[in-house]
Each structure stands twice: as structure tokens, then as C-alpha cells.
Write a protein that binds this ligand. Structure first.
Ligand SMILES: Cc1cc2nc3c(=O)[nH]c(=O)nc-3n(C[C@H](O)[C@H](O)[C@H](O)COP(=O)(O)OP(=O)(O)OC[C@H]3O[C@@H](n4cnc5c(N)ncnc54)[C@H](O)[C@@H]3O)c2cc1C
Length: 453
């Protein structure tokens, strides 16, 4: 395979059996199901090449891909094993989806301690990327809520990992991108709730100063996240909606969510998403909230998972797919970096309508390779226009580096080896924990082709 930052041929091959959410790059791999905790490493006998455990493929780029390798699909390993209703600690196999965890937990008065913007991710995938949510300032990242898990290596050794037992393996595996071994089961500490409801506030802002003022004004809100208009310039530059929420303190309904009914039916033609349609969408979204301040009570589904209402919404970006760009820049340069990067994005005319701005808090992540760090985080999608998107991503990656930030491997398909190694200087130490039979296309790409297979 190509070890350059971007493989220009990757998007042109036929649709493979397993795609990441961005549908780029498209790589062929053999799918090997893991249905039982005892399946690994036995399934490796007779397999050629390396392997990578994968969940639901909700990572955007190649962190869940292995070109011409074997993808160990863990979603059959999805049993709930134990629940302590006093402490809220759930033990489950790693292939269980967070959607299934919620269906179990909500009727019992519990909720996920940290959740990403989709519930269709697995427990193992959430640990391996040490995902974060809207409550990062209050709760840290996912690994902060994992008391223990089992890690199985390709030599057949099994380790119980916790902050006190095999603690180095514990920190290497949280955010370890599936490279340290297969997580077979994990404990997850849930948090109590009284109802499905969220008390919600939405406040319009104009520019990064107003965004930062709002952040200061509401230091104790559990969940905060902002939608930001990345397409507008001039007077409307960096306008957005600051969204705050907390679980309702009134006892209310606790029932599982209905299945989503809508499916995005086909791949949209590539030309449908362009500067005009995106600017129009952003303007409608901003003015949808007619008043500068809105307060309401919402169900948790539209608050946490607005995009899950339409399955396969990534088809909206057409067959070529999409790439995400997500950075975290520490406070020292967070404001100037965010303004400069937003300007560069607006100037490019490539911005999408799914742009999220958020402050990360001070609670340190436990993972050796975890992405979150205190400061400002920005995430947005770009449709793939080969001649334009990748040069823009290179510029944005360099700017992130200059401002002392880092990019998120779970969302990446374009960072260069030099960028990765500057963002994660601990990567060489991490290499010592890699399983010799496990590898990913992301790892090959960002370590300059280094392979221990
Ligand atoms: C709409 C949407 C919104 C999102 N919002 C957020 C967000 O707010 N915050 C955030 O942090 N992320 C977010 N994400 C990204 C997503 O949460 C992560 O990429 C998550 O890790 C995907 O989990 P998965 O089960 O799909 O795993 P995959 O994408 O299949 O794999 C992810 C990684 O986990 C490893 N892995 C999977 N299972 C195991 C296992 N059993 N043992 C060892 N390693 C394993 C894989 O090797 C891979 O490196 C979002 C994604 C989408 C599509």
C-alpha cells in the first residue's frame, strides 16, 4: 500500500465489505467475525497478514481499516454480563453498541457517563479511541469511566487491566486504537438519571469572543456544545449557537428509544453539496432559532444524537465520501488558532454544515495516546474534492501544529507522519505495547510505513 499521507487511488476502488464512516479511504480486507471471547487469537491461525479488531466502523478515516489485512469484527460479541444496580457498574462484552447499553440502562435510571454524537459505536471502539462527549469539562473522556477490562494478545495471553492492575497496559489500550490487543469485555460506570428529559438552552453568538464569554458564564452546566457557521465571512464570521443541557431533575419517563425509521436512501451526486447549498443550510440553521435565547425541555435522543435519526446519512456526501477535520488547541493559542483556522476554512469555500465547536476541560485523559486536552476543539466534515480537500487539510494540519494543537486519529484520513509524530511525541513509547500481529492503515500511514509484522 501507499505510505504517503493520502492515497490518491484509494477512493476509486469498488465498495469494500467494511467501510469507515467517511467512506474514505476504501480498502479491501477480509472480515473475520469474533463471536465469543475465546475466538481470539484462535481465528488468526491460517490467516495471512495482520489483523485489526473493529467495532461498528463509526471512525471516519483509516483508524478502523487495514488494507489487504483481516478485520476482526467484534459486533457478535455483544452480551451484557453483569450489572450492579447500587454502583451503576455494567460489565459487557466489547462488541456491544452504546445503543444497546442505553436500552438496558435508561429503564433502570442510568445513562452513559460520556457519549459521542452517535450511539452506534461499540464499547470496545469507544475505549480504543477514548472518545469524548459534550460533558468533557465535567466528566473527562470515556476511559475515565472504565474501571477495568480484559485485553487478549495474539500470543494467547489474557490480562485484566485496571488503574492498579497491569496499569501500563490499561493506559496504552485506552486510546490505543486497537493496536495493543483485543478488548473482550469491559466494565463501564454509568451515571444515574431521573428521566429521559434534558433541560436545554440555546444561545446565539457572533464570533469567538462571544463564544468564550458564554463558556465563562455557564461553568456548571453538564453538557455544552456549539454549532458554528464555518461558511460565512464578514459580519457573520464564526456566528453560532451555544447549546447547553443537563439531565432533568424532575422524575419522568424512563423507557427505551424507538428504532430509527428513516434511512438516507441513496448516494447523493457529488455536486449537490456546494458552497451555495452549504451557506443556505447554515443560514437556515442559525435563523431556525429565531430568538437569541431559547429554553426548552427535550428528549435525550435529539439532544445527543440528532444525526442518528437518519441512518446512513453519510450517503449525503456521495460515493466519494467525506473527511473530518478535528483539532484540540490548548488555551495558550486556542483563540487565535481557532480564528485563523476558521478564516482559512471560510476562505476555502469547502466548509460543511456540520461544524462543532467546544471547550475541552481540565480532567486528564487516562490513555497514553488520548486525543483530548484542555482548550478549544473544532470538528467539521468536508466533502471529498480530491484537488481541493486534501491540500486544505494539509494547510489546516500545519496550522494546528503551529498553534500547538493536535488532530484526532478517530476522525482522520490525511495527517502526515510528521504531523502525527509532533502531535503525539509519545508514539514511540506506545509502540512497545503494540501487538505484533495487529496493525491498521492509519498506523502504517502516520508512522511512515513502520510495520512490525
Ligand atoms: C455521527 C458521529 C458522531 C461522532 N461523535 C463523536 C464524538 O462526539 N466524540 C468522539 O470522540 N467521537 C465521535 N465519533 C467517532 C466515534 O465515536 C469513534 O470513532 C468510535 O471509536 C467508533 O466506535 P466503533 O465501535 O464504530 O469502532 P471502529 O470505528 O470500528 O473502531 C475504532 C477503533 O477501535 C478499535 N477497536 C474496536 N473494537 C475493539 C476491541 N474490541 N478491542 C480493541 N480495539 C478495538 C479499532 O481497531 C479502531 O482503532 C463520532 C462518529 C460519528 C459517525
Amino acid at each position: 500500500m501507499s505510505h504517503s499521507a493520502v492515497d490518491p487511488h484509494a477512493a476509486t476502488t469498488a465498495t469494500p465489505a467494511f467501510e469507515s464512516w467517511g467512506r474514505y479511504p476504501k480498502y479491501d480486507a477480509k472480515i473475520v467475525p469474533l463471536n465469543w471471547q475465546s475466538d481470539f487469537p484462535g481465528v488468526m491461525a491460517g490467516l495471512r497478514g495482520g489483523a485489526l479488531p473493529v467495532g461498528l466502523g463509526r471512525s471516519y478515516g483509516d483508524v478502523c481499516l487495514l488494507n489487504h489485512g483481516n478485520l476482526l469484527q467484534t459486533t457478535g460479541m455483544d452480551r451484557l454480563l453483569d450489572f450492579d444496580s447500587e454502583t451503576g457498574v455494567l460489565t459487557a462484552e466489547a462488541g456491544v453498541s452504546l445503543a444497546k447499553v442505553l436500552d438496558f440502562a435508561v429503564p433502570r435510571g442510568y445513562f452513559l457517563p460520556v457519549t459521542p454524537g452517535t450511539k452506534y459505536v461499540t464499547l470496545g471502539g469507544a475505549i480504543a479511541n477514548d472518545i469524548h462527549g459534550k460533558n468533557h469539562e465535567a466528566a473527562g473522556s470515556f476511559g475515565n469511566h472504565i474501571p477495568s477490562f480484559e485485553l487478549v494478545r495474539s500470543d494467547g495471553s489474557r490480562r485484566l487491566c485496571s488503574p492498579t492492575e497491569n496499569s501500563e497496559w490499561y493506559t496504552a489500550t485506552i486510546g490505543g486504537m486497537g493496536l495493543t490487543g483485543v478488548i473482550t469485555w469491559a466494565q463501564l460506570r454509568l451515571r444515574p438519571i431521573l428521566s429521559r428529559k434534558i433541560d436545554y438552552k440555546g444561545i446565539q453568538f457572533h464570533g469567538i469572543d462571544e463564544f468564550l464569554d458564554l463558556k465563562q458564564r455557564f461553568p456548571n452546566m453538564e453538557y455544552t456544545v456549539s454549532w458554528v457557521d464555518c461558511a460565512s465571512t464578514g459580519r457573520n464570521f464564526a456566528r453560532g449557537i451555544f447549546m447547553l443541557g443537563e439531565h432533568s431533575k424532575e422524575p419522568g419517563e424512563l423507557k427505551p428509544s424507538p428504532e430509527p425509521k428513516l434511512v438516507f436512501p441513496f448516494d447523493m451526486p457529488g455536486f449537490a453539496l456546494n458552497h451555495t447549498t452549504v451557506s443556505l443550510f447554515n443560514s437556515i440553521f442559525f435563523h431556525k432559532q429565531r430568538k437569541p435565547h431559547v429554553r426548552k425541555v427535550l428528549d435525550y435522543e435529539p439532544f445527543f444524537y440528532p444525526l442518528d435519526a437518519v441512518l446512513h446519512w453519510n450517503r449525503m456526501y456521495g460515493k466519494r465520501g467525506l473527511v473530518q477535520f478535528q483539532y484540540a488547541i490548548p488555551w495558550q493559542h486556542a483563540k487565535e488558532g481557532t480564528i485563523a483556522i476558521l478564516r482559512e476554512i471560510a476562505k476555502s469555500g469547502l466548509a460543511s454544515f456540520l461544524a462543532v465547536l467546544k471547550a475541552f476541560g481540565e480532567i486528564p485523559s487516562l490513555g497514553m495516546m488520548s486525543f483530548p486536552q484542555a482548550g478549544i476543539m473544532l470538528a467539521l466534515d468536508f466533502p471529498i474534492k480530491p484537488d481541493l480537500t486534501f491540500p486544505l487539510l494539509q494547510r489546516l494540519g500545519e496550522m494546528t501544529r503551529e498553534f500547538g494543537g493536535r488532530l484526532y486519529p478517530a476522525k482522520d484520513a490525511a495527517m502526515t507522519p510528521a504531523q502525527f509524530q509532533a502531535f503525539y511525541p509519545q508514539w514511540e513509547k506506545f509502540t512497545k505495547f503494540r501487538d505484533p500481529r495487529l496493525n491498521s492503515s492509519f498506523w502504517e500511514r502516520v508512522t511512515g510505513g513502520e510495520s512490525i509484522l
